[in-house]
Design a protein around this ligand. Structure first.
Ligand code: 5GP
Length: 200
């Protein structure tokens, strides 16, 4: 219904992907804090259990695998994927509500999800890959978090190789060596893209 409204057309998706431990959450959190008028975070649904201090509706909507599969059947997701053995997905209504409210949407999703959204919304998707300086640094950071089991660390390290192999599919690759300069480059690229969408 609101598809023809100007605000709906002039907003887009900033998709950020990275292997676990590359620093994506830190960068995204700061970006959202500094650009609250223009950018909102998409909260995904997942079938994985909450971790540490995670709260329902804050990091994710935590749902059962059965309910997740049901939502896939009902065509409720703009994209969904299985990551580290669990389901994760972005609800279509989340994106549409933000666009309707003149907000661009930041999505912290995996490489499969980024690929799907590029296909579904080719004109309004800007995808950024945050790469670690090396695989060794990635493992160190992951272990340093202290939130993952050994099994989960092994799974995430195995996936990291596959994710790094797909980084060239992204519009922009940022190697997160020095956090401050990575953030500066990220912020600049995101603002430039949002300006472009709004001028279109
Ligand atoms: P975690 O379990 O560490 O929160 O997330 C695991 C991975 O799932 C991360 O790479 C994260 O970006 C990805 N992810 C989170 N939400 C979604 C989503 O809605 N769709 C897809 N495709 N990936 C997601």
């Amino acid at each position: 219904m609101y598809k023809n409204s100007e605000s709906y057309e002039k907003r887009g998706l900033i998709v950020v992907s990275a292997p676990s431990g590359a620093g994506k959450s830190t960068l995204c959190t700061r970006l959202l804090k500094e650009l609250p008028e223009r950018l909102s975070l998409s909260i995904s649904s997942t079938s994985r259990a909450p971790r540490g201090a995670e709260k329902e509706g804050q990091e994710y909507f935590f749902i059962s695998p059965e309910l997740f599969l049901n939502k896939i059947k009902q065509n409720e997701f703009a994209e969904w994927a299985q990551v580290h053995g669990n389901y994760y997905g972005t609800q279509k209504k989340t994106l549409e509500t933000f666009w309707k409210n003149k907000k661009n949407v930041l999505l912290d999703i995996d490489v499969q999800g980024a690929d799907s959204l590029r296909k579904v919304y080719p004109e309004r998707c800007f995808s950024i890959f945050i790469a670690p300086p090396s695989i060794e640094v990635l493992e160190q950071r992951l272990r340093g978090r202290g939130t993952e089991s050994e099994e989960s660390i092994q799974k995430r390290m195995k996936n990291a190789g596959a994710e790094l192999a797909r980084q060239n599919e992204f519009d922009l690759i940022l190697v997160n060596d020095v956090l401050e300069s990575t953030y500066f480059n990220l912020r600049e690229a995101v603002i430039k893209k949002m300006d472009e969408w709004e001028r279109a």
